[in-house]
Design a binder for this molecule. Sequence first.
Ligand code: MSP
Length: 639
Amino acid sequence: MTKKCYVTTPIYYVTAAPHLGSLYSTLIADVIARWSKLQGKDTFFLTGTDEHGQKVAQTAEKAGKTPQAFVDSFIHAYKNAWKQYEIEYDYFVRTTDPNHIAAVQDWIRDLQKKGDIYKSFYQGWYCVSDELFVTEKDADVSKPIDEHAQGPACPHCGRPTQFVAEETYFFKLSKYQDALLEFYEQNPDFVTPKERLHEVINFVKAGLKDLSISRTTVTWGIPFPDDPKHVAYVWADALTNYITAIGYKQKGREKEFAKWWPADVQVLGKDILRFHAIYWPAFLMASDLAMPKTLLVHGWIKMDKQKMSKSLGNVVDPMELLKTYGADPVRYYLMRQMAITHDGDFSIDDLEQRISSDLANDLGNLLNRLVALAEQHNALEIAPPPAWDKDSQLLHEQCQKMLEEFAAHMDSYMFHMALGTVWKFINATNAYFHEHEPWKLAKQDRAAFMAVLSSSAHSLRTIAYLLLPYMPEKMEQLFASLGIEQKHQIAHADLDRWNQTFKLKKMPPLFEKPAEREKPMETKPEIKQDSYITIDDVVKVELVVGTIEQCEVVAQSEKLLKMQVNFGPKGSRQILAGIRASYKPEDLIGKQGIFVFNLKPRAMAGLESQGMMLVAEGGDGKVKMSTVAESVPNGTRLR
Ligand code: MSP
C-alpha cells in the first residue's frame, strides 16, 4: 500500500492580502507536498483562510462592507498569489464555508454532551474605558476575586478596573493536563524542532486553566448550537478546519476522513505553537481523534531585526517580488536562506546574491556551458559511455551521497541543509567539468569528451529531480533542456544508474542575473514640491567627514565594498556601500568622504554596516563619492 501524506498550513487571517510571512508557511507545506508526491505518496495539501472574529468585523465596518463581503474580497488575492507562486494545494478551506460551520456546531454539541464544554462565567478585572480584561500577565489575578474590592490599575490608562463576569462556554482544558504531558513524553517528535516542545511542556506543567471558547460580545462567528447569542471564539473555530476540510462530521465523507486523518505534518509559525501543541491535541483527545504526527514549527522572517507583520507596517509584498524576480528564485531564496529552526532576516541584497551566484552562476551556467559545448561539437545527443572513467565514477559516487544526504535532510525538514547538499554537488560537477577541459577534449579524444558531457548531464538530471519541489517551473525547463520528456516518481527514476541517453536542447538561460533586470522594487518615493522639511529635520541627520583607511570587495556580493573609515575622535567604523561597479578599492583608500553617522547599523550581505556613504548618481551610470573641497579633520560634522 502506498503511504499517505496529509499536510496543512495555518489558515490565514483575511484583513489584508498575503504577505511574505504567509507565503513562507505555505511554501514550506508546498515543498513537503511536492516531495511527498515525488516519492509516490498519496498526498493531500490543505490551506485556507481564518475569516471570523471581532477584528474582521471591525475592519469590515471601517471599509463600509459586511463582514462576508469583506472576507470574500480577499480570497482572490490569496488564491492568485498561491497560483503565481506555484502552490499546488488540494483544497482551500474557509471558516465561513457552510460545511465547516455545521461540522463545528456538531463538534461543540458532542463535547457538550460529554461535559467537556460547559457554560459558566468568564470573570476578571475589566477596564471600561479601554474595553479590555486585565490579563494574568499584567496583574496578579490568580487569587480568588473579591468582586467588591477595587481592581488593579489598567495597564493602558492606569484607571482602576471593575469586576466583570461575562457568560461564556468553557472547554475543560484542565482535564487534559496530565494526558497531554504523557503524550509529549511518549512522542518527543511531536514538535519539530524538538527544542520547541520544552516551552510547551513547561507551560502545561505550570497548570492549565479551562479555556473560554465563546463570546457574546462578538457577532461575526459560528453561533453556538441552541444558544446563538454565543459565537465560537476564534481558535475553536479555526483549529477544527484541519478536520472539517477533510470531511469530519459530514455525512458521506467518512471514508475520506478516515483516509487522511491524522495529519502527517502541520506547518505553523512559532507564534502559534501553543495553540497547536496544547489546545489542538486537547480538542482531539476530547473528540477521541488521533494526534497529528508532526507539528513543524518555523521561525519568523524579519526586517531589520523585527518580525515582518502587518501591524508593524514592514511587510514585503510577495507579488512585487514576483514581478521583479519570478516565483522560483523567491521560492529558492526563502527555503535556502531561512533555517527553519531560526528567525531570518529578509534582504533584497541577499536575494539578489542568491540568484546571481547560486542560480545563475552555479546552476544556470553549468547547463549553458554543457549545451553550448555539445552544440558546437555536434554532440547534442549523448549516449552513456560503454565504461566510466575513474573521475566520472567518483562524481557518480558523490551524486549517490548527495541523494542520501538530501533525503535525510528532507525527512527531518531541514530544507536549507537539503539545498546546501545539492549545491555542494553542483559545485563538484562544475569542478569536474572544468578540470577535464572538455573544450580541449572535443578535438583530442571524442570518447572522453562524450563521457564528460554524459556524466555532467546525468548530474544535472539528478539535480533537477531533487530541486523539483523547490523550483517546479525552472526544473521543468531544465528537464526540457536535457531532452527528458517523461518524469517518474523518484523511486522509478533510476537516479543511481547513469544509463540515460540525452537529447540536449538549447533554450533561453535558466536564470537571469538581477543586475540585468529592471528593478521596480528600488524606486524611491517622489518628494512632493510642497513637502518642505524644517531645520529640525536637517539637524537630525548627522553628516560626518571621515577618511577611508581600508577598502576591500565583499566576496559574497557583487555590488558591495567594505570600508574601514576613520572618524578621528569619533572612532573608526565599518561601512558598506554598493559602489563596486564605480570604484575599485584602491581608488578609495586615503580619500575623505561624507557619511551619515547616526544611521541605525544594518546588515548587508551578512556584514554590519555602521553608517552610509553619500554618493551622487553620475550621468555615466556610475556613482561619484561625495567629499569636501579641502581636507578637514576627521570627525568634522557638516552643517
Ligand atoms: N489565523 C491564525 C492561524 C490559525 S491556524 C488554525 C494566524 N494567522 S496569521 O495570518 O496571522 O498567520 C499565519 C501564519 O503566518 C503563521 O504560521 C505565522 O507564523 C506566519 N507568519 C506571519 N508573519 C510571519 C513572519 N514575519 N515570518 C514567518 N511567518 C510568519 O495566526
